[in-house]
Design a protein around this ligand. Structure first.
Ligand SMILES: Cc1cc2nc3c(=O)[nH]c(=O)nc-3n(C[C@H](O)[C@H](O)[C@H](O)COP(=O)(O)O)c2cc1C
Length: 160
């Protein structure tokens, strides 16, 4: 799913989700919400924009406040995925080399995944990639990402 192709409003902080744990804004997030609830594995990829995720990724994260409300206000238990947590893979790239490039983002992602009852199973973080074709100089990154996708599937199957 390419987040920027979806019609997804930012969270408006109107807390319609307080009643049912479901966001009341009727847009493409509704189907994403159902998929998140049904899945056992989640991959999220975002470039680093100003030391955090892209606006599209952040919109998705904020709309999941409905799941936060479901978990902490309504049901007062983890959202529940057949008694096991979901596994999450996070992939990110940034243009610079900074040691702390991913620090803030990883904090947000861990907290976000936690709300989704999802373990941060693996993160792939790549520095010094700025333009579209830069990654082609590093075929090992592409191989690693491909392998991580396959390993995530295996890890999920082994849980079942
Ligand atoms: C609005 C904007 C903000 C950015 N902020 C950062 C930043 O804080 N640190 C960084 O290393 N790169 C930053 N970049 C560069 C992108 O992370 C980099 O170009 C990345 O490779 C884009 O990945 P993509 O081509 O997969 O979307 C920024 C780029 C844009 C457009």
């Amino acid at each position: 799913m390419v987040l920027r192709d979806l019609n997804m409003s930012p969270c408006l902080e109107i807390y319609g989700c307080k009643e049912t744990g479901r966001c009341v804004i009727q847009d493409d997030f509704q189907k994403v919400y159902d998929q998140i609830l049904a899945c056992h594995g989640l991959m999220l990829a975002s470039p680093i924009f100003f030391y955090t995720v892209s606006a599209h990724a952040k919109i998705l994260m904020d709309r999941c406040q409905a799941l936060w409300a479901k978990r902490y206000w309504l049901e007062k238990t983890p959202i529940g995925r057949c008694n096991h947590t979901c596994k999450g893979l996070f992939i990110s790239v940034g243009a610079t080399k900074g040691k702390k490039l991913f620090d803030g983002t990883l904090l947000s992602i861990r907290y976000f995944f936690d709300v989704l009852d999802t373990e941060l199973w693996r993160s792939l973080l790549y520095r010094s990639l700025d333009f579209e074709r830069d990654v082609l100089v590093h075929p090992e990154y592409l191989k690693e990402a491909y392998r991580a996708g396959k390993e995530l599937i295996h890890a999920i199957k082994n849980m079942e």
